[in-house]
Design a protein around this ligand. Structure first.
Ligand code: SF4
Ligand code: SF4
Length: 74
């Protein structure tokens, strides 16, 4: 999953849901619910969150690191 929501930090401002271009975030009761199948890993929600409740990890970050490491010459 490209993002993680820490619901204990979330203040239910719905900022993330309002900026998400694909509707992957939704307020259900007192929790933000993430729909990973809709997410395009843009990271906008994490930048918009005023409570730092969203951790964004780009999908290919691990692969990118692997490629960079294997390309490095000693
Ligand atoms: S990373 Fe982008 S598409 Fe995914 S939930 Fe956040 S704003 Fe929506
Ligand atoms: S922007 Fe942050 S604080 Fe606001 S609803 Fe989304 S996760 Fe919660």
């Amino acid at each position: 999953m490209p993002i993680k929501i820490n619901n204990s930090r979330c203040i239910q401002c719905i900022g993330c849901a309002s900026v998400c271009p694909t509707g992957a975030l939704e307020l259900q009761g007192l929790s933000m619910v993430f729909h990973p199948e809709k997410c395009i890993s843009c990271g906008i929600c994490a930048r918009a969150c005023p409570a730092n409740a969203i951790t964004f990890t780009p999908k290919n970050e691990k692969e990118k690191k692997k490629r960079t490491d294997s390309n490095e010459k000693k």
